[in-house]
Each structure stands twice: as structure tokens, then as C-alpha cells.
Design a protein around this ligand. Structure first.
Ligand code: SAM
Length: 269
């Protein structure tokens, strides 16, 4: 994954996600995103705890991979995303799922919605839990979205790339045989807006999206300003079984690649 340092506005960010809808859908739904299927996805679901019969809002749901995980665990889920293309994929998957099960569609509800508008779209306390699977860092104003989420539910659980290792300068140093020696990281404090090129070898279709990068301190400040307190942080690591199945995951046992934040409304809020 390469990062180009190009500033872009929210309209461009939304357009890029719409343009990427088919490619992203293919990437995730064909299992090529093994960091998700075998690492951060299960860890995020585990962090949510028992969601049976809980009303959950999944922010930046894309084509609904995590939304369906929540539904399968028994939650009543609404998924929202600002990309029409991704929500079309989400609805198509949902219809096919229910068609196969011989039921009417309706297990998950999807809306095309900018997460910046959730507070005007949903009444306060509509949900028990708000989730965001690898999406808040793709939103132009994650602090405002967190504040809005805090009005809709008493708890938010979200995953992001670890700010520690997802630095603007990030290069694996290798020996002559190509073995990874150490990850060189620099410019941690550059809170940049970047166009991320999804051009990894395993991707069949390449695409580009905008990512807004923040430091740990900035995330913590956004959470605090939203009237939330951090209940728990998790840095998921692959199990030995996961590494045996997917040797590529071994790097994530050396360094934190993802951060999961479990935050609740503070008493003062
Ligand atoms: C990396 S994808 C993750 C999608 C999905 N949660 C998943 O796990 O596959 C980031 C998602 O955030 C969505 N997104 C970014 N900014 C948004 C916003 N302001 N409102 C709603 N969705 C947004 C994008 O359209 C994209 O679907």
C-alpha cells in the first residue's frame, strides 16, 4: 500500500470511494483481505461483546462485511455509508443471503448516509452500540462523527490502522535474502491527508482512496472532546493458528498493525 501526500476535500474522498466500490467489494468479499478475516475483524467483534438483540449502528459499513458479522451474532444492525456503490453491493449481498435462506430480506438495514449527518438522521439513544470497522480514519471529521455517535448510543467500538505503525514513512528493512529485519518508521507527528493507493500485489483491481491520519494523542483528544472515555484499547495479534493458515500475518505478531478502541459516554456527558 503506498501513500501519496496529496490534500483532497471530502467530495473527492466520497467520489473515490464510489469509484472504488466494485474493486473494494471484490477485495473484501473474495477473502483477499486476510488481515480482516483472520485478525482485526474477529478482534473487533470480540471487543463488542454480546450483541444479541442489541441495536447497533455500523458506521462506514462499506458492502457490509462487518455489519453481517454483527447480524450473525444476533444484533439488529443498521449500516450506513456515503458510497452509493458500496451500499448497492451491501443490499445485493443481503438479498442473496435471504433468498438462499428462503426468507424475506430485512435482517440488516442499509442507508446511504454521510456519517457527519447521523445526529440529524437518527434520534438520540436510537442504538445500544455504534461500531466502525476500519472506517473512521477515512472520514473527513472523525471527531465530529464520534461526538454525534455519542448522542446516538452510550458506547462506540471501532478499529483503525494502528497510528504507531501507520506512519507516513514506513519501510521494511530487509537482509540480502529478503527477510524482514525491522520496520523503519518516521514522520509520526505528520498528521497528513493522503491518497492511499491500494496497489498491493494480491489485489486484482487497484484503486485509490483518501485517508486522514492522526496520532494517538489526537485520537485520544477527539474521543475526550466527544464526551467519551476509553474503556479499553486492544492491539490485536494473530494467533499461531492464524499465522499457520496465513504466514503473511506473521508481521502483525511483531508490531501493532491495528488498534481497537472501546469507548463509553463519560459521566459528565
Ligand atoms: C476501509 S472502508 C471499510 C468499510 C467496511 N467497514 C469494512 O470493514 O469493509 C471505509 C469505508 O468508510 C466509508 N466512509 C468514509 N467516509 C465516510 C463518511 N463520511 N460517511 C460514511 N461513510 C464513509 C467509505 O465509503 C468506506 O466504505
Amino acid at each position: 500500500m503506498a501513500h501519496d501526500r496529496i490534500d483532497t476535500d471530502p467530495a473527492t474522498a466520497r467520489r473515490l470511494w464510489n469509484d472504488a466500490a466494485d474493486a473494494y467489494h471484490h477485495f473484501v468479499e473474495t477473502g483477499l483481505d486476510y488481515y480482516r478475516t483472520d485478525l482485526h475483524g474477529p478482534a473487533l467483534l470480540d471487543a463488542c461483546g454480546d450483541v444479541r438483540e442489541r441495536r447497533v449502528l455500523d458506521l462506514g459499513c462499506g458492502q457490509g462485511w462487518f455489519t453481517r458479522q454483527l447480524a450473525a451474532a444476533g444484533a439488529q444492525v443498521t449500516g450506513v455509508d456515503w458510497s452509493h456503490g458500496l451500499i448497492e453491493h451491501a443490499r445485493a449481498i443481503e438479498e442473496a443471503r435471504h433468498f438462499r435462506a428462503g426468507e424475506l430480506a430485512g435482517g440488516v438495514t442499509y442507508d446511504v448516509l454521510d456519517a457527519a449527518d447521523i445526529a440529524t438522521h437518527f434520534a438520540p439513544d436510537t442504538f445500544d452500540l455504534v461500531t466502525a470497522c476500519m472506517s473512521l480514519m477515512d472520514m473527513p471529521s472523525p471527531g465530529a462523527v464520534l461526538a454525534a455517535a455519542a448522542r446516538l448510543a452510550p458506547r462506540i467500538v471501532f478499529s483503525i490502522p494502528s497510528p504507531v505503525t501507520d506512519a507516513p514513512h514506513r519501510v521494511w528493512k530487509r537482509d540480502a535474502s529478503g527477510t524482514k529485519l525491522a520496520l523503519e518508521i518516521d514522520r509520526y507527528f505528520d498528521a497528513t491527508t493522503t491518497v492511499m493507493q491500494w496497489n498491493m500485489k494480491r489485489l486484482v483491481h487497484h484503486f485509490a482512496t483518501v485517508q486522514y491520519r492522526y496520532t494517538l494523542e489526537q485520537w485520544s483528544r477527539m474521543i475526550e472532546d466527544a464526551g467519551l472515555v476509553i474503556a479499553r484499547l486492544r492491539e490485536p495479534r494473530p494467533s499461531e493458528a492464524a499465522i499457520a493458515k496465513r504466514p503473511e500475518l506473521a508481521d502483525a505478531a511483531r508490531l501493532p498493525y491495528f488498534l481497537i478502541v472501546d469507548a463509553c459516554r463519560s459521566r459528565a456527558a
